[in-house]
Every structure is written in structure tokens, then in C-alpha cells.
Design a binder for this molecule. Structure first.
Ligand SMILES: [Fe+2]
Ligand SMILES: [Fe+2]
Length: 282
């Protein structure tokens, strides 16, 4: 099909699958983030999306394996798939423990994503599905970047939970360009990824808010205050998600590449902390 991607991924970025196990069953019974319902629910709501989401990402990239000639990209795909498979496993445990602790049904929590994916797998072309993954991977990459850039994001969180989220964010950073490079290698068009990004952003926000509302359904205080303070935590002056708008909008540029946001320096100490592979890529 198409030749080498001439990816702008820096040569020294390795995609390292770390086979970590997190013992977080007990802490998930608590308000593990700063004893704050909103902060805890925000991260928990995202976790709910990952097992199904990451399977979809793996499958949509897998569909294009062998359709281009680029051994280096093939190697990075293997690393990406191994990382996402381990993330799925750990977030599945996370979600099962969470739902048990909160008395909510995991099927109910996952249902909306399940239905959307069923539709996507049946009616969207492999290229459309891949464009969706490219967009989602950019969202996870900029959220991961914010997690490292803005220490407030995990300040006051339980140390084991913080470690899990930082581990995941690190690996999202390492593989942030894989789906994008595959998309370019197989002739994915700019207009398509732009349109899909707009849709995916709404989709993502909607799923997070819905999951948060389910997790917060028994909250007895003022909901107005809960959400007002929570949104300040996320998007305020010293908010956990501050600074994400510009890298988000950069995605819509014609010549965008995920490594235009070169955050190797930012994550280098995290890389040192988490070290190399503890598992062979699957
Ligand atoms: Fe992941
Ligand atoms: Fe990812």
C-alpha cells in the first residue's frame, strides 16, 4: 500500500510494556483521592472506560497490520498492543473492585460504551475505526501530559492509586504516536481525523460525565457545589487539566504529529522511576 511513514517519533522513545500488578482493592472502598468525592469519581469514571476502549484501540490498529511496509512501525505496534493489554487487565481489576465497593453493576456502567462499540464495529469502516482510535489516543496523551505537568492532579491521592495512574500515563506517552503513524501509513486523511476528533471529544466527555453521575448518585450534599468545586479542580487557574487546550487544538492542524509535543524531558524522571520492561511483548 503505502511506504515508510517517516514518522517524527524520536528515535530514543522506547515502548516498554511493564507487567505491573496493583493491589488497590481495599483503597477503592475509600475516597482515595484527597478524601474528595469529585476527584475520586473523575478518575474512577475514566477507568471504567478503559477495558472496552483499549480493546477497541488494539483491534482497530491490528486490522491494518501487514498493510504497510515499515518494520520499525510494526515493532512499535507490538509494544503498543502489549501495553494496552496490560492496562486493560489492571483496569478490569480496578473496575470490578470499584463496582463491588460502590454497589453498582459493572455491566450498567459499561453499557453505553458497549452499545456504541457494537455499532462502530458493525457499521464503520476499518479506516473510520482507526481514526477514532487516533483521536482517543491523542486525548489520552494530552491528559497524561497534564498529569505530569500539573502535580495538583494527583496531589493528596493514595500513593498506590497515584502510582497506577502515573504508570498508565507514562505508557500512554510512550505509544502516543503509534495509531497516528499507522493511520498515515495506510493513507488516512486529515479531514477525516479532524471530523472524528470533534465527535470523539463529545463522546468521551459524555461517557465520563455519565459515569461520574452514576458513581455520585448517592451524594447527599449540594451537587451544585460538588460540580462547581470539581470543575475548578479540573479547569481552574491551578487546575489539574490546565494547558490541555492548545495541544488539543493542535490536532486539527494539517501537519500535526503527536511528537510535536515533545515531552520526553517531562517524563524522563517518571521513566527512570518505572524502569524497563518486566514482561516480553505479547
Ligand atoms: Fe492504555
Ligand atoms: Fe493508549
Amino acid at each position: 500500500m503505502h511506504g515508510s511513514t517517516a514518522s517524527r517519533t524520536p528515535q530514543n522513545v522506547e515502548i516498554v510494556p511493564r507487567n505491573r500488578h496493583f493491589n488497590i482493592e481495599d483503597v477503592l472502598k475509600t475516597e482515595w483521592h484527597s478524601n474528595d468525592r469529585f476527584k475520586t469519581a473523575f478518575f474512577d469514571a475514566m477507568s471504567i472506560l478503559f477495558p472496552l476502549g483499549e480493546q477497541f484501540f488494539i483491534d482497530s490498529v491490528k486490522a491494518f497490520r501487514g498493510k504497510f511496509d515499515d518494520p520499525e512501525l510494526e515493532r512499535r505496534i507490538r509494544g503498543f498492543m502489549a501495553q494496552e493489554a496490560i492496562h486493560r487487565r489492571e483496569h478490569q481489576h480496578y473496575n470490578e473492585a470499584l463496582c463491588r465497593a460502590r454497589g453498582v453493576s459493572i455491566e450498567k456502567m459499561e453499557r453505553a460504551v458497549f452499545v456504541r462499540q457494537k455499532f462502530a464495529r458493525r457499521y464503520l469502516s476499518p479506516m473510520q475505526q482507526l481514526a477514532g482510535t487516533v483521536a482517543f489516543e491523542h486525548l489520552t496523551a494530552i491528559l497524561a501530559d497534564a498529569l505530569f505537568r500539573n502535580p495538583e492532579a494527583l496531589e493528596g491521592a493514595d500513593p498506590d492509586m497515584a502510582e497506577m495512574w502515573r504508570w498508565h500515563a507514562l505508557e500512554e506517552t510512550e505509544h502516543k504516536a503509534v495509531a497516528y503513524d499507522v493511520y498515515v501509513a495506510v493513507g488516512g486523511q486529515t479531514w477525516r481525523r479532524r471530523v472524528v476528533m470533534a465527535l470523539v471529544t463529545l463522546e468521551f466527555a459524555q461517557h465520563v460525565v455519565r459515569n461520574m453521575r452514576l458513581l455520585l448518585r448517592d451524594y447527599e450534599g449540594s451537587r451544585f457545589k460538588l460540580w462547581r468545586d470539581g470543575l475548578k479542580f479540573l479547569f481552574g487557574k491551578r487546575g489539574a487539566m490546565r494547558g490541555v487546550m492548545r495541544p488539543y487544538l493542535d490536532f486539527y492542524k494539517r501537519d500535526f504529529h503527536p511528537w510535536d509535543h515533545d515531552n520526553r524531558e517531562l517524563v524522563s524522571s517518571v521513566m527512570a522511576e518505572f524502569g524497563g520492561a518486566t514482561v516480553n511483548p505479547i
